[in-house]
Design a binder for this molecule. Structure first.
Ligand code: SF4
Ligand code: SF4
Length: 388
C-alpha cells in the first residue's frame, strides 16, 4: 500500500494548533490533525512503516533545523500501538553510514526512540532505480530502507531554503538520496525547475502515504540550517505533499508560484493551487505569518547556462552565496560539498568562482557556522520589487 491507493476522500489538508513540544500537547495535536483524515487506520499489525524525518544535519532540536524529536516519538508511539513495525531515518548530506548517522540521531534528540517501540534506521544499503515514468529523474540511486517499507510517512519541517525558497514536504524526500551522491543531483539538475521536477519524481516514486509538517517552531532567514527559529504553532497533515506545501507556503507568506516545487507541481497538474486545497481541522488564518523572513527572491531572466551567462546572473542579478568573513572559521566544509568545485580556500577564507557556481546553495546549507549567507544583489532586489 502507498499514497496512490488512499481513499480520495482523505485528500484534505488538516491543521491542528500545537503550542509547544510538550509530550501531552504534541500527542493531542497529532490525534487532532489526523482525525479528519481517518487517523492512522491504514496501519495494520506487522506493517513496516518508515518515518522519513528531516534530519538535515547534526543539530540540536532547539535550532529548529530538524523535525522535532518529541513529535517523531509521539507519532511512533501511535504507530506501534496500532501494531506497526516502525523505523525512523533520513539521509543527510555526508557519509551514509552508522558512524555519521549515529551522531545525527544523537544530536537531533532521537537516542531514546527505542522507548516508543520504534527503532532508528541502521540499514545503509543503496539501490539503483529505473523510473521511466519520471519527468527528470528517470534513474536514480536511493536509500534502500525506504523501498523496504510497506508505507512511508514523510515528517518534514517548515523552513526557508536558499535554493528552493522553502523546504517542506516535497523537498524532504530528497533525503531518499544517499548523502554522498546528493551533489551529483545538483550537477545533473542545476536549474531550479529541473531540480524541482526531480524532487517531484521522487515523491511520485515513493508516494508517502501521509505527509506531516512540523510547523510548531519553524526556521526563517538563512535556512535550511542556519536561519532563526520562528514560532508558528501548527501541525499540518495531508496525503498530497503538493497540497500540504501549498498550505505551508501560504502560512509563511509565499505565493506558491514563487516556490519552484509548487510551480512544477501545478504545471504537472498535481496541485490546483492554494485556493483549491480542501482545508479541515483548525482554521489556519490565525497562524499565517506574513512577515516570516523569506526574502530570498529570484528573478526570471535567463542569461543562458554557459559560463558567461552564469557569471552575469551570479554577479549582477541573482541571489548568490556570500561568505561573512567575520563568522567564517575557514573549515573548508563549503569547498568539500560544492558540487561545481567553485570554491577554493585562500587566506583561510572561501573564494567563489561565480562563472562556475550553479547556485545550489549547498555551501550555505552545510556551513557549520552559518557564515555562508544567501545574498541578493541590489540590482536583483530592485528588479524583483519592480516586477512583483
Ligand atoms: S563552511 Fe562556513 S565556516 Fe567553513 S569555510 Fe565555508 S563559509 Fe567558512
Ligand atoms: S559555490 Fe555554493 S552555491 Fe555555488 S555551486 Fe558551490 S555549493 Fe553551490
Amino acid at each position: 500500500m502507498n499514497g496512490k491507493n488512499r481513499d480520495p476522500k482523505s485528500r484534505y489538508v488538516s491543521a491542528a494548533a500545537c503550542a509547544d513540544y510538550s509530550r501531552a500537547g504534541v500527542r493531542k495535536a497529532l490525534e487532532r490533525v489526523l482525525e479528519p483524515l481517518g487517523g492512522i487506520s491504514f496501519v495494520h499489525p506487522g506493517m513496516r512503516v518508515a518515518v522519513k524525518a528531516n534530519l538535515i544535519a547534526a543539530r540540536d532540536p532547539e535550532k529548529a533545523a530538524t523535525t522535532n524529536p518529541v513529535l517523531i516519538a509521539e507519532l511512533c508511539r501511535m504507530l506501534v500501538e496500532s501494531g506497526a513495525d516502525v523505523v525512523v531515518g533520513d539521509s543527510p548530506g555526508g557519509s551514509y553510514n552508522a558512524s555519521h548517522l549515529g551522531n545525527v540521531y544523537r544530536t537531533c534528540g532521537l537516542s531514546g526512540i527505542a522507548e516508543t517501540g520504534a527503532r532508528l534506521n541502521g540499514d545503509f544499503s543503496e539501490n539503483f532505480v529505473s523510473n521511466p515514468e519520471a519527468v527528470a529523474a528517470k534513474s536514480f540511486t536511493c536509500t534502500a530502507w525506504l523501498q523496504k517499507a510497506d508505507v512511508i510517512i514523510n515528517f518534514c519541517k517548515l523552513k526557508t531554503h536558499g535554493m528552493m525558497k522553502m523546504t517542506c514536504a516535497v523537498k524532504n524526500m530528497f533525503g531518499s538520496i544517499p548523502g554522498m551522491t546528493k551533489p551529483e543531483y545538483h550537477m545533473r539538475f542545476p536549474e531550479r525547475e529541473k531540480f524541482a521536477d526531480m524532487l517531484i519524481d521522487l515523491n511520485e516514486y515513493f508516494h508517502p502515504v501521509l505527509n506531516l509538517v512540523d510547523a510548531v517552531d519553524c526556521m526563517e532567514g538563512n535556512g535550511p540550517t542556519a536561519g532563526t527559529k520562528r514560532h508558528i504553532g501548527l501541525i499540518l497533515a495531508g496525503s498530497s505533499p503538493y497540497e500540504v506545501d501549498e498550505v505551508s507556503a501560504h502560512l509563511i507568506g509565499l505565493e506558491g508560484g514563487e516556490v519552484p516545487t509548487i510551480a512544477a507541481a501545478r504545471k504537472r497538474g498535481l496541485s490546483g493551487g492554494f485556493a483549491a486545497v480542501r482545508l479541515t481541522g483548525d482554521a489556519i488564518d490565525p497562524f499565517v505569518t506574513p512577515d516570516f523572513k523569506t526574502d530570498i527572491r529570484e528573478i526570471g531572466i535567463d542569461f543562458g547556462a554557459g559560463r558567461a551567462g552564469r557569471f552575469l546572473m551570479n554577479s549582477v542579478f541573482a541571489a548568490r552565496p556570500r561568505v561573512c568573513a567575520r563568522e567564517c572559521i575557514g573549515c573548508g566544509v563549503c569547498r568539500n560539498v560544492c558540487p561545481a568545485k567553485a570554491i577554493t580556500i585562500r587566506g583561510g577564507k572561501p573564494q567563489i568562482d561565480r562563472s562556475v557556481c550553479i547556485r545550489c546553495f549547498c555551501c550555505q546549507e552545510f556551513c557549520p557556522k552559518g557564515a555562508m549567507k544567501v545574498h541578493q544583489t541590489w540590482l536583483g532586489s530592485m528588479i524583483h520589487r519592480a516586477v512583483r
